[in-house]
Design a binder for this molecule. Structure first.
Ligand SMILES: NC(=O)c1ccc[n+]([C@@H]2O[C@H](COP(=O)([O-])OP(=O)(O)OC[C@H]3O[C@@H](n4cnc5c(N)ncnc54)[C@H](OP(=O)(O)O)[C@@H]3O)[C@@H](O)[C@H]2O)c1
Length: 248
């Protein structure tokens, strides 16, 4: 009996902290070969070393998802090293939120470049391999903010709504190639995500909430394991989860 994860090649963007690192650890424990990508090379290398020391297969490749060439190199290298790419977890993202009237235009651009264009680059990099293999699984990380718009975080919400739209379109177009598509939309989870907020009042308000009821990052990893471990003919398209105390 296979668990549906063992020996799968899983590429994870944003694997240097938070949800991506937690998913890498759990999938690796389940027998996946994981490829870790993020900009902080020292962090992903340390995680790869930890997994390899535990007897598993893993490697790290520094990747900036805003650079298509780097994302393509990431997936191509995974295929060269492990022979295929079974799963791409498009997880890298940032959340420098602020009220729209503060006009943080550079941060809007970064969110669009990383949260949306970075995800598109992942699809572009993985698709030729998955088509050739006639199998694959694209995992997208949206958010509760991809379902609901709230004041103070509308550009982030726009990118996360866009990720869900993209994933649903990809599902419709690529199912003929036997490519599965899963969107995971977490509520508040305790990670480093709030460190990217430049406005101190916004950061403090959100930090209080996340410290009070945020879930541990394993919550996301369990959702990933659930989606990946289903039989091949079953496509888990959406998972939305929140801490029970989260209102929005
Ligand atoms: N935590 C939550 O409550 C929550 C809720 C809903 C959705 N999410 C989503 O979950 C995903 C992961 O976030 P997290 O909570 O785990 O936060 P995190 O701990 O800050 O992790 C974000 C990851 O994204 C990577 N990243 C950022 N920009 C990148 C770039 N240009 N190229 C490559 N990697 C990049 C970071 O690595 P480097 O800085 O090393 O590049 C880091 O590994 C994000 O898409 C986020 O929007 C989080």
């Amino acid at each position: 009996m296979t668990n549906g994860i063992s020996d799968k090649v899983v590429v994870i963007t944003g694997a240097s902290s938070g949800l991506g690192a937690a998913a890498a650890r759990m999938l690796s424990k389940e027998g996946a070969m994981v490829v870790l990508a993020a900009r902080r090379a020292d962090r992903i290398q340390a995680l790869a070393d930890e997994l390899v020391a535990a007897g598993r297969k893993a490697f790290a490749l520094a990747t900036d998802v805003t650079q298509y060439d780097e994302v393509k190199r990431l997936v191509d290298t995974s295929v060269q090293k492990y022979g295929r790419v079974d799963v791409l977890i498009n997880n890298a993202g940032i959340m420098p939120v602020a009220p729209i009237e503060r006009l943080k235009v550079d941060e809007w651009n970064s969110m669009i470049d990383i949260n949306l264009k970075g995800v598109l680059y992942g699809v572009a990099a993985a698709l030729p391999h998955m088509k050739q293999q006639k199998s694959g699984h694209l995992v997208f990380v949206s958010s509760v903010a991809g379902h609901k718009v709230a004041p103070g975080m509308i550009v982030y919400a726009a990118t996360k709504h866009a990720v869900r739209a993209l994933a649903e379109g990809v599902r419709q177009e690529l199912r003929h190639h036997n490519i599965r598509t899963t969107v995971i939309s977490p509520g508040a989870v305790r990670t480093e995500l709030l460190n990217g907020i430049s406005e101190p009042d916004v950061a403090e308000m959100l930090r209080k909430r996340v410290e009070s009821y945020g879930l541990p990052d394993e919550s996301f990893a369990r959702a990933v394991v659930f989606a990946l471990s289903q039989p091949e003919e079953m496509d888990v398209n959406e998972i939305l989860f929140r801490p029970i105390r989260q209102e929005l």
